[in-house]
Design a protein around this ligand. Structure first.
Ligand SMILES: *Cc1c(COP(=O)(O)O)cnc(C)c1O
Length: 419
């Protein structure tokens, strides 16, 4: 059995140690030695096996190929960042001028670049602010605008987002009281006006992003709720800044503000295609009150978030936007090319989804490489892991959510299963 020190001294492992640290490389070597002792590999293969088992980075999060057809997959980290955002992250991770003006040598406002980019993208907003996520944005709005007061909310919009996160419980945790109005399927303008009074902190309208109520329903539009004399806060969910041509029912910040909302809250890592963040856009006076609330400090974002957000807003179209825009013919050509090179694979039409609670019910026509269901587990545990979806006894690798640059990775992964 080769000695641990001797293996660690080999050039490839010494190089890995500089990138990953000694502990991670050492444990890969020890694991390979154990496999050799168990007779699974030859002792001469220890170094090679250790190198093959090394993690890509010193963090345990592993990049995966999202072939699920769910554009914003919460379990896979929601929006993948653009190359521009990744480059901005790497640069911002060093010492940076996040709160420093290099011209004057004085202190400068944190996040000024990202906030300016957001304000430019939504001219309808008087001011903007960014916090940790949309839940934090709602928390800050409730803390600032409704301490000890009521938040008026339709029963049809009392939403659970996922993983047990219930928006009404978050709001109630601030000490504000929820004034539930209307019924699950119908809420009228009169329900709102009758609930308003000196106790009202604000009216909240929430985009029921992950479900639809159909049939005998009615809701009150933003334009009708504007001008009731109390602040109107609208949680649009997905973070579209302007209307999206292929998602007509999905609310966006610009239209919502133009319709009269005083404050809009949204996520940065859903349809906006950026990092996790909570966007607050709206009336300059209200936004200023939020920024000055003591809790704002506890909800503020890191320089990394500001960097990735600014690059998402100013840089090239992020992967989420590309995945929504790609034409099915293009997907079909890619699927046919891939399927032709692997036994038991075929190109099939399928339906992709927006995901992340966005645009429920919207079906995106897509094309997948269909492979045997038994490959699903091996694809998932390969390197890199490929995550597809199992449908009617086949594993579908939906190309709408796969970056064309990753097609070769997909091919290698499928070939490994077919051989
Ligand atoms: C996703 C979502 C949230 C929560 O957003 P996070 O950024 O995950 O905190 C809140 N409201 C709506 C309508 C959502 O869709």
């Amino acid at each position: 059995m080769p000695r641990t020190d001797a293996v660690l001294a080999l050039p490839r492992l010494a190089e890995a140690e500089r990138a990953l640290g000694r502990a991670l490389v050492r444990s890969a070597v020890v694991a390979a030695q154990e496999r050799a002792r168990a007779g699974e590999i030859h002792p001469e293969q220890v170094a090679e096996q250790a190198v093959a088992a090394l993690p890509e980075t010193a963090a345990s999060l592993r990049p995966v190929v999202n072939a699920t057809g769910v554009v914003i997959h919460t379990n896979l980290g929601r929006a993948p960042l653009s190359a521009a955002a990744l480059a901005a992250l790497a640069a911002a991770g060093r010492a940076t001028d996040v709160e420093f003006d290099l011209e004057t040598g004085r202190r400068a406002a944190r996040g000024r670049g990202a906030l300016a980019a957001l304000a430019e993208a939504v001219p309808a907003a008087g001011a903007v602010h960014v916090v940790n996520n949309n839940a934090a944005a709602l928390l800050l709005a409730a803390l600032t605008l409704a301490p000890g007061k009521e938040i008026v909310l339709s029963r049809g919009e009392m939403v659970e987002i996922g993983d047990g996160f219930r928006l009404p419980e978050l709001l109630a945790s601030t000490g504000a009281r929820l004034r539930e109005i209307g019924t699950t399927n119908r809420t009228s303008l009169r329900d709102y006006t009758e609930a308003l009074g000196p106790e009202t902190g604000f009216v909240l309208k929430v985009h029921p992003s992950n479900f639809r109520i159909t049939g005998f329903t009615s809701t009150v539009e933003v334009a009708e709720l504007a001008g009731l004399g109390v602040p109107l806060v609208v949680d649009i969910g997905s973070g579209l800044l302007a209307p999206h041509p292929s998602l007509p029912g999905e609310p966006d910040a610009t239209s919502t503000l133009r319709a009269g909302a005083d404050l809009v809250t949204a996520s940065g890592d859903k349809l906006l295609g950026g990092p996790q963040a909570g966007l607050l856009l709206g009336d300059a006076g209200l936004v200023e009150r939020l920024r000055r609330h003591p809790a704002a400090r506890a909800l503020r974002v890191d320089k990394l978030t500001f960097a990735a957000l600014e690059a998402t807003l100013r840089g090239p179209r992020p992967p989420v936007a590309r995945a929504l825009a790609v034409r099915p013919e293009e997907l079909r050509a890619r699927a046919e090319r891939l399927a032709a090179q692997v036994g038991q694979a075929e190109a099939v039409e399928c339906t992709a989804a927006v995901g992340g609670g966005g645009a429920p019910g919207v079906e995106l026509p897509s094309v997948a490489v269909s492979v045997p269901e038994s490959w699903a587990g091996r694809l998932r545990t390969g390197r890199p892991p490929v995550v597809g979806r199992v449908e009617r006894g086949r594993c579908l690798l939906d190309l709408r959510t796969v970056d064309p640059e990753d097609d070769e990775l997909l091919l290698v992964a499928m070939r490994r299963c077919s051989s």
